[in-house]
Ligand binder design. Structure first.
Ligand code: ZN
Length: 366
């Protein structure tokens, strides 16, 4: 039984949120309703699914959403360098999905495994809008400063709209509700509608020091599609998780949890993972990055978890801390850039496809 009694009802874009959108844009776009009127094809058909590609970028993040109204949202762009390897992999996913542009590229934070691939991506495929948390605050880390400047150059080109996200804001994406949970170190101040219960896992929970890096500032989003609730918090750290989860659980239960921080030990605290109690978790780890055994243990013991899926076999995890091979896109051995694809319907049902095995597992509505 789910301890989360009812699904939250999401409000339409508030006047305040709308003001943030306008303030954050380098140029003004078309207002959501006007766009829907001009392009009736953007109206959502309840029978059409939401598709999510979990692209293998070797321990960075690149998660591509294609909504039923054919709008696209890419969360993060993978690494820089490697002759555009990650941009090519994202491009391959867009081709497979049949889209020729990316409407929104959301940058969770300014580390090189998240924003690093942005210039290469923008050189390969048209991007309409970038969404981010504001300024880079980690000015002493050379790789971060490098990718930050490259991203700034992109924004300065004047080719893109930009939205600076604030907690509580609804992002203007057709076909899903995307609500900002965390941004630039700030978090939603009150529980989401329907959430706010006591979290028993907070009792005697470990306390964590304040993280001083960009991870702490990750732009995190709750995506609601029909009855499904999908959570992506980038690399948000344990100290921030505790503020979201203790003593009251501000998020409620989650159906699909995009595992924070590639399953690395600095995120995924027990109070947080037990609090969101995901039905399915998908971990964007690399062979040598993420999938820390301690974090993996917390995940697989989470109440109600049906499956953990991994983009890679974790070498650090070894035989005891990896899931069965059918749930791993890239097992031990030469890298083949296999992806995982989730297809979801508004009734809460979904399936996960492993592109390596061509087999998928179906999950009925709760
Ligand atoms: Zn990362």
């Amino acid at each position: 039984m789910s301890p989360f009694p009812s699904r939250p009802r999401f409000r339409r874009l508030s006047h305040r949120s709308f003001a943030y959108v306008l303030l954050g844009c380098t140029c003004f776009g078309t207002w959501k309703n006007a766009e829907t009127k001009a392009h009736p094809s953007l109206a959502v058909d309840p029978k059409k699914p939401l598709q999510i590609y979990f692209i293998d970028v070797e321990g960075g993040q690149a998660t591509l959403f294609i909504t039923p109204s054919r709008e696209s949202l890419l969360i993060d762009t993978g690494w820089p360098g490697n002759n555009g390897r990650d941009a090519d992999r994202i491009g391959a996913a867009t081709k497979e999905a049949g889209i020729t542009k990316i409407d929104f590229v959301l940058i969770t934070h300014f580390h090189n495994d998240h924003v690093g691939g942005a210039p290469q991506l923008a050189a390969r495929i048209p991007v309409r809008t970038f969404i981010d948390h504001g300024d880079n605050r980690e000015s002493t880390d050379a790789p971060t400063v490098g990718v930050w400047h490259a991203y700034q150059d992109l924004l300065k080109s004047g080719k893109y709209k930009r939205i600076v996200a604030k907690p509580g804001m609804d992002l203007p994406i057709h076909g899903i509700h995307a609500t900002v949970i965390s941004s630039d170190g700030d978090l939603i101040s009150s529980a989401l509608p329907g959430a706010g219960q006591d979290n028993p896992s907070c009792q005697n929970a470990e306390q964590y020091p304040t993280d001083q890096t960009e991870n702490f500032r990750s732009l995190g989003t709750l995506i609601t599609f029909g009855k499904l609730r999908i959570l992506d918090l980038g690399d948000l750290t344990q100290d921030q998780e505790m503020k979201l989860m203790c003593p009251k659980n501000k998020l409620g239960n989650i159906d699909i949890y995009i595992v924070s921080h590639h399953g690395w030990y600095q995120s995924g605290s027990p109070a947080f993972v037990n609090g969101i109690a995901p039905r399915v978790a998908i971990m964007d780890n690399g062979a040598k990055k993420g999938g820390t055994p301690s974090a993996w243990d917390v995940l697989v013991k989470a109440p109600g978890l049906e499956n953990l899926w991994q983009l890679h076999y974790s070498e650090e995890g070894g035989p005891k801390h990896n899931v069965a091979e059918e749930f791993i896109a890239n097992p031990d051995g030469p890298d083949a850039a296999n992806y995982l694809k989730l297809t979801a319907w508004e009734d809460g049902s979904f399936e996960v496809l492993n592109s390596r095995t061509h087999k998928s597992k179906k999950y009925p509505p709760r």
